[in-house]
Design a protein around this ligand. Structure first.
Ligand code: A3P
Ligand code: MG
Ligand code: MG
Length: 384
């Protein structure tokens, strides 16, 4: 269903020549047919509890509860007295995903049918391992004008691991958030609490604590052209009455946004927010996004459902709008660029890819540096 074109032409060769150590992200280079993207398949999941402890199960999966059309949820409720915020100064890198891989590696090893002639017993059946959020950043890069990124890549045992590094600018923004901005970040989580129950037939409990340590993450496998991907992403909830009877089809993404009063505001939603919403949900195959529109006082005044697959149609009327094919082709070109550049198979080596708005992607190489992110415990177990 995800295959829009099977005659994909390799644009990476024209944007990163053999002599060029950089990759251009200019939109027009990627405005070719939509690349082959396989329907993502869930291969597992894990949970992080209220103390951010890892569990190899679905204990933190929440269940979608249909709300009134005009719900009047107060998103400010509990901010000062029932909010436990995750410490975002702690960098977890790929750690939880690596732990999931170790505990589930029998499901993931490359079989001889996959063409592994080397005989190494713990080679993964994926070219790339990363977080969904890192791929979302790649998808939105051709249209991003504000924030750059740093992506650390290590080649280990034939698999490229991609882990984000916080830029100096992002760290400054994080440390200098206004009180208003900090409160508005809470609103998204409070909305989830109004919309979800802990049990399949349960009811939401808005009197409870919002704890942003808690998470349920799906792990999916898919392919973008000739790149096989294994990535994980946080999932907001499951719709138990979905017509899809398997994951990720029954997952629902929840979002909040400012209420829409003018055609200009609707247009801005399409041009900026829907790009991020689409990229985040399209990658793991989450078919439905439910948005709560709130006023400036944090009251949710209406709800709207967006089907991920229909977003590209919805935005077609906007002039100079983003295009899904450009997003996916750029991501594909970046992954090809990584395969060309990253040649040393060594868990102590990091190739640091760097991008700033209006610039090309460039990279530098670091051995035994602060950027190294594959742990001894992982390497030891995976080479046993
Ligand atoms: P909204 O989605 O309603 O903005 P997610 O939507 O990915 O499940 O994230 C849940 C909430 O986390 C968001 O709710 C928002 O409040 C907060 N959040 C996530 N990423 C953020 C970011 N980059 N900046 C600010 N807030 C963020
Ligand atoms: Mg979420
Ligand atoms: Mg959400």
């Amino acid at each position: 269903k995800y295959v829009r074109s099977n005659c994909y032409s390799d644009v990476s060769s024209s944007v990163a020549s053999a002599h060029s150590p950089v990759l251009s992200v200019r939109r027009h280079l990627y405005d070719v047919d939509f690349p082959l993207y396989k329907q993502p398949v869930e291969v597992g999941f894990f949970s992080l509890d209220s103390s951010r402890r890892f569990f190899n199960d679905a204990r933190m999966l929440r269940h979608y509860v249909e709300a009134d059309r005009c719900p009047n949820f107060n998103l400010r409720d509990g901010y000062t007295d029932r909010f436990i915020k995750r410490d975002d100064g702690i960098k977890e890198r790929l750690d939880h995903l690596l732990r999931w891989i170790l505990e589930n590696r029998s499901k993931l090893q490359r079989t001889p049918v996959d063409g592994d002639a080397s005989g190494s017993s713990c080679r993964l059946s994926a070219d790339f391992v990363t977080w969904r959020g890192h791929l979302t950043k790649l998808l939105t890069t051709p249209y991003e004008t504000q924030e750059g990124w740093l992506l650390a890549v290590t080649l280990f045992n034939g698999t490229y691991y991609i882990s984000e590094v916080e830029t100096e600018a992002a760290r400054r923004n994080r440390e200098n958030r206004t009180e208003r901005h900090a409160e508005m970040m809470y609103w998204g989580y409070k909305f989830e609490q109004y919309m979800c129950a802990d049990e399949p037939s349960g009811l939401p409990d808005p009197s409870g604590v919002v704890n942003t340590n808690e998470a349920f993450c799906t792990v999916v496998q898919t392919k973008l052209t000739d790149h096989s991907l294994l990535f994980s992403g946080e999932v907001d909830c499951k719709d138990d009455s979905s017509r899809f009877k398997a994951a990720p089809g029954y997952y629902v993404e929840l979002k909040t946004s400012a209420e829409i009063c003018t055609p200009k505001q609707r247009s801005n939603l399409h041009r900026y927010k829907l790009l991020k919403w689409w990229a985040q949900s399209f990658l793991p195959g989450v078919p439905r996004i439910i948005a709560g529109f709130r006023d400036n006082d944090g009251l949710v005044v209406s709800l709207e459902t967006f089907e991920t697959a229909k977003i590209s149609q919805l935005i077609k009327h906007e002039q100079n709008c983003w295009k899904p094919n450009v997003c996916m082709n750029l991501c594909n070109a970046f992954l090809s660029f990584v395969k060309k550049v990253v040649t040393q198979d060594d868990y102590r080596v990091v190739y640091l890819f760097s991008w700033e708005p209006y610039k090309d992607v460039s990279y530098s190489v670091h051995k035994d540096s602060e950027y190294t992110f594959l742990h001894d415990w992982y390497v030891r177990e995976m080479t046993k």
